[in-house]
Design a protein around this ligand. Structure first.
Ligand code: ZN
Length: 625
């Protein structure tokens, strides 16, 4: 049943809270919401009362009460060092109507959030849930977390905001260290009212300096001026900013609010340009984009798309050319996507452009997931052969089952065919994992696991899911099914082309994801199956980004680790200032490269030129390879 399952799964992409903005963002679009009715003030008289109201999930410690500087709160312990739990989680039964509200707000204090990969809040309604992730940025004091309904992702079939039955708070295990956090003052937030022209103008003027972590205009101009080095264009952009800002202030004083807003927006764009111009490139780093479409950037041919990358100092592209059930080139292994007939072989076209402009091409494969371009007959054939994945509840997914030897061979052969037929620089695994912790429980998996383990599973699948001796064996076997493909594809590809580079896009938190989705990427690095690894660190939080890469560099060891920056991922949309922040963090930790998701129209038109002005500026003296 969906309602039971949902909220039990790790979200595939971390739906962290973001302030959505363009690459040249205007003034902040969202004001802080105002606090409304109390849902739970978290002021319980006794531990027993707190524990009764907030029911722990199996394996989670009971909620307790605590008083911090005269402030009563719930104390929620995360026993990650002793209990083998994927998360610490508590449910509060409610009768809650958020239909007329903007969302919720609450206070969180966590003095050591480092063992937590992220926190989630869920609202159960009908046969589904609404979900959002959050992270307290400050460990020093209370963080007020505001979550808008528009930022929440549905799971299953939630029955609307008017009939919420459960609130769930989860802290997802990041590593095996226990911690605790405090919760208080859970409230509804009031709906937005439209802002007046005066308020819009005032907000726009205040917002001029608010790029990256600068708080005021003065702070921003001082810091950018100190960065500028020898670039006279920075000084010019700062002068234009000052002129536009002055005009905005004057227009506002004359009550010409729409004109003032326009000038303030222009001032902010100039300041952002100055910030971009003041950045410096670091020679020798791997600078790449993932490109989700096999046809590149909409409206551009591959030649133009790659030329723009090269002109702005990028030296690699990872285009998605094959899935579990479709190829966007002439393949004899996978079904060829129908568009190839009219638009031609996409690997060939992209590769020609890459060679022309000196850009590396690493062909990206989505593993297991058949993809929307997979022909119907092929999906049907896989279903009839029992080769698709099945959840613990018996629901079939259009993903190939990783324990099926025929599926493993198909994955490997498809990758190897690319290496054999095209002189590409690399091949790149993605979705090289299970969809979640609830797969795969198909009949073939049961049979194959029994054969390998030598155990007859009498209670399927509960016996391999329960925390017993079979559990560990099951998880090892499950990981092994994925690793087999990485190992064999790597060996066979290198036998054909010893210079080929193997790489993978991976979930950020190996320690948890090796069990959750069977993705053992630290092992792939240790064994040398990969030449580089790209954790998908898609987050609007610089703190979280830095925490992730610090840990990942340790896991990757001697294998280069190029963090993925989520510019237009479902979980994070970043303005150019945040992209620059994260590139600078990657440099501070000496990753020697990064990969941005995703190369699309906006990135090509707006983001690339801003990066190319400074942080990825092409070295004009460098010889073209
Ligand atoms: Zn299976």
């Amino acid at each position: 049943m969906a309602a039971l399952l949902a909220g039990a799964l790790r979200p595939g992409a971390l739906a962290l809270l973001v302030i959505v903005s363009g690459f040249l963002p205007g003034p902040p679009l969202r004001a802080e919401p105002s606090a409304g009715d109390v849902i739970d003030d978290c002021q319980y008289p006794t531990d027993a009362a707190a524990a009764a109201a907030w029911q722990p999930m199996a394996g989670t410690a009971k909620a307790q009460i605590a008083t911090l500087a005269d402030h009563k709160a719930l104390r929620l312990s995360c026993n990650f060092s002793s209990a083998r739990i994927e998360r610490a989680s508590w449910d509060r039964q409610v009768k809650l109507d958020l239909a007329a509200n903007r969302g919720v707000q609450f206070k969180v204090l966590c003095r050591d959030p480092s063992p937590v990969s992220y926190f989630s809040i869920y609202f159960q309604s009908g046969e589904g849930w609404y979900q959002a992730a959050f992270f307290p940025e400050s460990a020093a004091g209370w963080n007020t977390i505001s979550i808008d309904k528009t930022e929440m992702t549905p799971e299953g079939n939630p029955g609307g905001w008017s009939q919420i039955q459960t609130i769930r708070i989860s802290a997802w295990r990041g590593n095996d260290v226990s911690t605790e956090f405090y919760l208080s003052d859970l409230r509804k937030t009031d709906p937005l009212r439209p802002a007046s022209p005066r308020e819009l103008a005032e907000a726009a003027i205040l917002g001029i300096g608010q790029i990256t972590s600068f708080e005021t205009y003065q702070d921003a101009t001082n810091q950018i001026a100190s960065l500028k080095g020898q670039n006279p264009r920075v000084a010019k952009a700062l002068a234009s900013t000052a002129a536009a800002r002055e005009l905005a202030v004057k227009l506002a004083a004359e009550q010409k609010f729409p004109e003032a807003t326009k000038q303030a927006t222009a001032a902010r764009e100039q300041l952002l340009t100055a910030f971009c111009l003041a950045q410096k490139p670091l020679p020798g780093e791997f600078r790449a984009f993932w490109c989700h479409s096999a046809f590149g950037v909409q409206g551009l041919d591959w030649d133009e798309a790659i030329r723009r990358l090269a002109d702005n100092g990028f030296n690699a592209i990872l285009p998605n050319m094959l899935w579990g059930g479709a190829a966007f080139y002439e393949s004899k292994v996978l079904p060829v996507a129908s568009q190839v007939a009219s638009r031609g072989d996409q690997i060939r076209q992209c590769l020609a452009a890459c060679r022309k402009y000196g850009v590396q091409m690493h062909v990206w494969k989505v593993d297991w997931n058949l993809g929307s371009a997979a022909p119907k007959y092929f999906v049907e054939k896989m279903r009839q052969m029992g080769r698709l994945q099945v959840s613990s509840q018996g629901k079939e997914e259009p993903w190939l089952c990783p324990s099926d030897p025929e599926n493993q061979q198909l994955e490997i052969a498809a990758m190897v065919e690319v290496v054999r037929n095209y002189d590409v620089d690399g091949i790149h695994f993605d979705y090289i994992r299970y969809p979640d912790n609830d797969h795969c429980f198909c009949a073939g998996c049961k049979q194959r696991f029994q054969r390998v383990s030598g155990v007859t599973v009498t209670n399927w699948p509960e016996q391999v899911r329960a925390d017993g001796p079979l559990r560990q064996q099951w998880l090892d076997w499950r990981r092994g099914n994925i690793t087999t493909v990485v190992k064999s594809a790597s060996e066979q590809a290198r036998a054909i082309n010893p210079k080929i580079k193997l790489s993978a896009a991976v979930f950020p938190n190996w320690a948890v994801d090796r069990d959750g989705v069977g993705q053992d990427w630290k092992l792939w690095c240790d064994k040398g199956y990969l030449d580089f690894v790209c954790p998908m660190d898609y987050t609007p939080s610089n703190n979280r980004f830095e925490r992730l890469i610090t840990q990942q560099l340790d896991w990757a060891g001697r294998t280069p680790c190029y963090p993925g920056i989520g510019v237009s991922a479902s979980s994070s949309h970043l303005g150019v200032d945040r992209v620059i922040d994260q590139i600078n963090l990657a440099r501070r930790h000496q990753t020697h490269g990064f990969v941005i998701f995703n190369y699309g129209v906006k990135e090509s038109n707006d983001l690339l030129p801003l990066l190319g002005m400074g942080i990825t500026a092409k070295d004009l003296n460098a010889p073209r390879p």
